[in-house]
Design a protein around this ligand. Sequence first.
Ligand code: ARG
Length: 458
Amino acid sequence: MKLWGGRFTKPTNELVDEYTASIRFDQKLAKYDIQGSLAHVEMLAKCGIIPESDAKTIAKGLKVVGQKILAGEAELTEANEDIHMNVEKLLIDEIGPVGGKLHTGRSRNDQVALDMRLYLREALVTLSQQLVEVQQALFTQAKDNLDTVLPGYTHLQRAQPVLFAHHMMAYVFMFQRDVERLADSFKRVNQSPLGAGALAGTSFPIDRHFVAEKLNFDGICDNSLDAVSDRDFVIEFLSNASLVSAHLSRLCEELVQWSSAEFNFVELDDAFCTGSSMMPQKKNPDVAELVRGKTGRVYGHLIGMLTTLKGLPLAYNKDMQEDKEGMFDTVETLKGALALFAPMIETMDVKKENMYQAVAKDYSNATDLADYLVGKDLPFRDAHAVVGQVVLHCINEGKFLLDLSLEQFQTFSTLIDKDIYDVLSPKAVVNARNVAGGTAKNRVEEQMTKAEKLFENN
Ligand code: ARG
């Protein structure tokens, strides 16, 4: 007999049981379901809704059921549909009919919203900590590479040299915003829906604030319809997770490129690469590729949930059971990626000399020649045209700017003097970007000091 079987005259079709059950995936919520029930039952007794002795029996029974589920010793069935009814059924099996008092003044609708929030709250803390570890790894690479110059790219064409530390810090700031977004979303997750009942509240004299405090919530959801029917906190998480994934994925793409023979800028540690079953020479950056690849499923879950919620009338609809798998999968996907990411970055070998050569044997100092001419009062547009001619000449001759003699320079512009050789060296080019947020070494150090301050609040 189903817990809700009273008004039915036949059993449910077996396929319906299988189709509507969520126990396969929502058993992940067992721990939070029990946690919520313990707070609820304590409140029921405190408010005089059930006797204290019954509450004690129920609480004891709930703990036993919780232990059994976690130990894999409890039988969870599709006939009992979801984690909430499975727990209630197991409780009644454990302590008898008094277990039936647990659900007083409560619905699965507020219960499931509570479980989701308890689960997500914990996940947000873990993910933030993991993101901070990734930041630390990037920061350490930045510290070790304050003198490492590499080409900066636009359109994946060499553009202007930058410090590798500057490049690492770009990601540090992206992940900083991710950490801040998760922290900000925590406030909205951390509101208790319990007491909203099925949709309208309850006729029992419950104390919603007591339950909220017991469960360390900041407050309660102010409207019972809203409490049971919105999943914006899930969508907000999926959206924030999508941005984390986007940031990870862009870095992964760079790691994949940089570890190719064509770039040869970094070597990922053997411990974070895999080989080929056929080609003995191969060392593949599989982890970076897979993190990049899994971005697709995270985005998918975001779009999936946005679409599921769209058009649902208030309040609860069974459609909302679809909120779980995407959220769980996103949490697991990110946890997996972040756990690997910090050590992969930390152990990455940065090939400083190869990076330097890519700058030295290139025209990415052309802007500096133009800026030099501007310093001699030539309008920038004219300077741009002159340098374009110099570069074209060099390309035709198989030379770089620093290979030209002063006489050759002066055939393009008599404004050029022998101090040009200092101006065009990679180090000088980098340090010339001495603007707040720029790539000059002192400016990158400034960024790092700023970042360390931001870390203090994480
Ligand atoms: N398993 C359900 C879900 O995840 C729990 C809430 C069910 N409520 C209901 N009225 N059928 O959404």
